[in-house]
Design a protein around this ligand. Structure first.
Ligand code: THU
Length: 160
């Protein structure tokens, strides 16, 4: 038996102003997107914003349904919108933030496994990495250079 380490590297920023390039603007856009959330059941608003290679920003928010399994996550709403409006244009970064009615979340909010899988598929499809920025309602911003860092040992088309 031998053990191998699957190491994830994350950069920690105290606020939007510290982020490089357009990424501070992107996180603010994700925050704005919280207003588009429809979350009457969980009362947990999620906002996501994408930076595209053509410089455009596309945002999305979670959309819930009385039939709970049909709820749509913010990340996948934004990614679906981006490929529909700008097919073939690479996504270079995604920013995600949240607002809960139940508690003040003061640590970065983790995207669900399904969204990580879809972000990684987008990255593989376009052949370039996607920076992932995550933030709670307050507190630091975590920055991952590549979405795959959030999903070690991910399943992808190379297995098929
Ligand atoms: N949610 C997202 O929008 N993204 C995630 O990555 C995790 C969960 C939404 C789905 C649902 O509307 C609410 O958060 C509570 O699970």
């Amino acid at each position: 038996m031998r053990e191998v380490e699957l190491i994830t590297k994350v950069q920690v920023f105290e606020n939007e102003a510290e982020l490089p390039g357009q990424e501070g603007v992107l996180m603010r856009e994700a925050h704005e997107a919280l207003a588009k959330s429809y979350a009457p059941y969980s009362k947990f608003n999620v906002g996501a914003a994408l930076l595209l290679a053509n410089g455009e920003l596309i945002s999305g928010a979670n959309q819930e349904n009385a039939a709970y399994p049909m709820c749509l996550c913010a990340e996948r709403v934004a990614l679906g919108a981006a490929t529909s409006v700008y097919p073939g244009v690479a996504v270079t970064a995604i920013a995600i933030t949240i607002k809960s009615s139940h508690q003040v979340v003061n640590r970065p909010a983790a995207p669900c496994g399904a969204c990580r899988q879809v972000i990684c598929e987008t990255s593989n499809r376009q052949g370039q990495p996607i920076v992932v920025l995550i933030k709670g309602e307050t507190g630091p911003i975590y920055r991952f250079n590549d979405a795959v860092d959030l999903l070690p040992l991910s399943f992808d088309s190379s297995y098929l």
